[in-house]
Design a protein around this ligand. Structure first.
Ligand SMILES: Cc1cc2nc3c(=O)[nH]c(=O)nc-3n(C[C@H](O)[C@H](O)[C@H](O)COP(=O)(O)OP(=O)(O)OC[C@H]3O[C@@H](n4cnc5c(N)ncnc54)[C@H](O)[C@@H]3O)c2cc1C
Length: 388
C-alpha cells in the first residue's frame, strides 16, 4: 500500500496552497484530484473573479504564487461603492489614501499559478484522475480508497474537496447549510466609461448586481444574483439582453454596456462544518467553511486556514505523535473558528437583510447604510476587514 505523511483530497486552490505549505515544512504530501492533470495545468475560465485581501496576497507572495501571475491577470481594487434599492446615493469605502483595498484575480489564474508552484516541489506527489471513494482508520494511519480500488495510508488526511465535500460526509462530520434559493450568474462586460478600480455593489429590489473592476480599464465582471427560479432565464439571455440587464441594474453608472464572454451560474449555498477535525483528519477550504460570495471571503478564509493549520502542525514529527497531532488539530479548529465564524455569520446577515424586499427590511437597509455613512468607525471596521 502507498504511504505518505499527508494526503490532501482536492487540488482546488485551498488544497494546492496547503500542499505547498506542508511540503515546505518537510512533509511528504500526496495530492489526490479527480480531475485530469490537463485541467489543473490549464484551468478553464470559470467566471469567478477572486477579490484578495492584503493578507492573502502576502501569503501567496511568500509561496511564490503571486509572482507567477501575469500583470494582465491582476487588477487593483481601489475602492467600493454600495447602492441600496432605488437610492441615487451610495456608500463609499476606501483606504483613505493608504493604498488599494485589495486585488482581483481570476480564479483560473490563481489555480494555474498554484499548480505551477506545486509542480516544482519535490515533496508533492500529484495524482490526478483519482477520486477518493472511501476512508477508514488503520494502524496509526488514516486509509483512503481511490477510484474504488487502490489504497493509500497517511498520517493525516486533509479534505479540500469543496463545500459539498463527500469525504467530510464519509468521516461523519455534519455541516450547517444555508441554501439561499438564489444563484449568481457571472459574465464579463465592456462599459463605455472606465471603472476606475471601483467595485460597485447594487442591492436593488428583487436582484443584486456587483460590478468588479478587472485589469482592462473598461472591462468588469458582472455578478447578477437572482432567485434560482430565474437563473436559467438569465443564462439564456442573448448578449444584448444581458447587457441591458446590467446597464439597468447599475443605473448606467459606467455608461452603455456590452456583454463579452461566456456566462457561468453558481447556486448560492453557504456551509459551515460542525467540526473541523476528526481522528487523523482535518477539513480545509470550502469543505470547512463555504461562504456566500457577496463579501468575497471564501478563498481568503481558505488560505488563512491552510496557513493556520500548517503553523499548528509545525513540521512532520507531530504527525506521528497521536496526542500532539490531536492537540494541533484542536488548536487549528479554535483559531479557524475564531477567524471565520464572525465573518460567516455577518455575511449571512448582510445577505438576509439586503435580499429581503419587505418594507421593514427596506427601511432597515437604508438605516444601516445611513448609520455607516455618518458613523466612520463602522466604515473603518469594514475597510479594516478588507485590507488587513
Ligand atoms: C461566484 C463566486 C465568486 C467568488 N468570489 C470570491 C472572492 O471574491 N473572494 C474569495 O476569497 N472567494 C470567492 N469565492 C469563493 C472561492 O471561489 C472558493 O472559496 C474557493 O474556490 C474554494 O476552493 P477549495 O479549494 O476549497 O474548493 P474547490 O475550488 O471547490 O476545489 C475542490 C477540488 O476538489 C476536487 N474533488 C472533489 N471531490 C473529490 C474527490 N472525492 N476526490 C478527489 N478530488 C475531489 C474537485 O475536483 C476540485 O478540484 C467565490 C465563489 C463564487 C462561486
Amino acid at each position: 500500500m502507498l504511504q505518505t505523511d499527508v494526503a490532501i483530497v482536492g487540488a482546488g486552490p485551498a488544497g494546492l496552497a496547503l500542499a505547498v505549505m506542508l511540503a515546505r515544512r518537510d512533509s511528504r504530501v500526496t495530492l489526490l484530484e479527480c480531475q485530469s492533470e490537463d485541467s489543473l495545468a490549464n484551468p478553464e475560465d470559470d467566471g469567478r473573479e477572486i477579490a484578495l485581501t492584503h493578507k492573502s496576497v502576502r501569503i501567496l507572495e511568500s509561496l511564490g504564487v503571486w509572482q507567477k501571475l501575469h500583470t494582465d491577470e491582476v487588477s487593483v481594487l481601489q475602492s467600493a461603492q454600495v447602492v441600496d434599492g432605488n437610492s441615487p446615493s451610495s456608500l463609499n469605502f476606501d483606504n483613505r489614501g493608504r493604498g488599494p483595498l485589495g486585488f482581483i484575480v481570476p480564479n483560473a489564474a490563481i489555480r494555474r499559478a498554484l499548480y505551477e508552484v506545486a509542480c516544482g516541489e519535490s515533496n508533492i506527489q500529484l495524482r490526478c484522475d483519482s477520486a477518493v471513494t472511501g476512508t477508514g482508520l488503520g494502524d496509526n494511519r488514516r486509509l483512503l480508497e481511490i477510484n474504488g480500488e487502490n489504497h493509500l495510508a497517511a498520517a493525516l488526511v486533509a479534505a479540500a474537496d469543496s463545500r459539498f465535500s463527500e469525504v467530510r460526509r464519509m468521516v461523519g462530520i455534519g455541516a450547517d447549510m444555508r441554501d439561499f434559493g438564489r444563484v449568481a450568474v457571472v459574465g464579463r462586460v465592456r462599459t463605455e466609461c472606465a471603472h476606475g478600480g471601483i467595485a460597485r455593489e447594487c442591492f436593488r429590489y428583487g436582484s443584486t448586481l456587483a460590478l468588479l473592476p478587472l485589469a482592462e480599464p473598461n472591462i468588469s465582471s458582472a455578478v447578477v444574483t437572482i432567485s434560482a427560479s430565474r437563473g436559467e432565464e438569465v443564462m439564456q439571455y442573448c448578449d444584448t439582453e444581458f447587457a441591458a440587464h446590467v446597464q439597468r441594474e447599475s443605473a448606467a453608472a459606467l455608461g452603455p454596456v456590452e456583454s463579452c464572454g461566456k456566462r457561468h451560474k453558481y447556486p448560492l449555498v453557504a456551509v459551515y462544518a460542525h467540526r473541523f477535525y476528526a481522528e487523523r483528519f482535518v477539513l480545509v477550504g470550502d469543505a470547512a467553511v463555504g461562504m456566500h460570495p457577496v463579501t468575497a471571503h471564501g478563498f481568503n478564509l481558505g488560505l488563512a486556514g491552510a496557513d493556520t493549520l500548517t503553523r499548528q502542525l509545525d513540521g512532520v514529527t507531530r504527525l506521528y505523535q497521536p496526542a500532539r497531532l490531536a492537540r494541533a488539530l484542536s488548536r487549528y479548529q479554535v483559531q479557524h473558528r475564531l477567524e471565520s465564524q464572525p465573518i460567516y455569520s455577518g455575511t449571512n446577515r448582510v445577505v438576509d437583510l439586503f435580499t429581503n424586499d419587505r418594507l421593514p427590511a427596506k427601511l432597515l437597509r437604508k438605516a444601516v447604510l445611513r448609520f455607516s455613512e455618518h458613523f466612520p468607525p463602522v466604515r473603518q471596521a469594514i475597510v479594516h476587514q478588507l485590507t488587513r
